[in-house]
Design a protein around this ligand. Structure first.
Ligand SMILES: [Ca+2]
Ligand SMILES: [Ca+2]
Length: 178
């Protein structure tokens, strides 16, 4: 059973316990402030992580669009007039009318392009840099001269405001129907 306040510490002590002292109030205020700061820092960290995650998601989308585009394109030029051109864009660089895979050789698109080769106009601060390497089908680590094989390694570097967010690479093989 708790002793009456008077018997434990005296009347003066009881008066002090009736409310919070200045020091207690100050300590409580500091603790609350620390808690608020911690919450704000946690919220900011969460926001930054979310922004970085969203950026990677957008970059992945732009890399996938290029992959889908390259898988649809033929190896050979569809235009008789450009058929004998060396590998690479057949006119402007980057090529506006892309009708064969090597038209995408060493080009940068900004605004980026989707899987149909159409500009993604609402992502103007993004770019896709595409490089092509022809590989020896018997040794895929061996690079051969452009046009010398039917296996192309496509690489894309996706950047936002000049900062590379993601790089990806894949192989494209000439279809037997070509
Ligand atoms: Ca072409
Ligand atoms: Ca070409």
């Amino acid at each position: 059973m708790a002793l009456p306040c008077r018997r434990r510490r005296g009347i003066g002590s009881c008066r002090r316990r009736a409310g919070f002292s200045l020091i207690e109030t100050a300590i409580a205020t500091v603790l609350v402030a620390i808690g608020v700061v911690a919450l704000v820092i946690a919220a900011q960290s969460g926001t930054q992580v979310n922004a970085a995650g969203r950026e990677v998601t957008q970059a992945t989308y732009l890399a996938q669009e290029i992959r889908e585009w390259t898988l649809k394109l033929p190896f050979s030029d569809q235009d008789d007039g450009d058929k004998d051109n060396p590998p690479g864009p057949d006119g402007t660089n980057p090529q506006v009318l892309v009708d064969d895979l090597d038209d995408l050789m060493n080009v940068t698109y900004s605004p980026p392009r989707n899987a149909n080769g159409t500009a993604v106009s609402d992502m103007t601060d993004w770019s896709q840099h595409i490089t092509l390497e022809w590989k020896d089908p018997d040794s895929l680590t061996t690079t051969v001269s452009p046009g010398a094989s039917d296996v192309i390694r496509v690489s894309v570097a996706v950047a936002r405001r000049g900062e590379t967010i993601l790089t990806a690479a894949w192989l494209v093989v000439r279809r037997t129907s070509e």
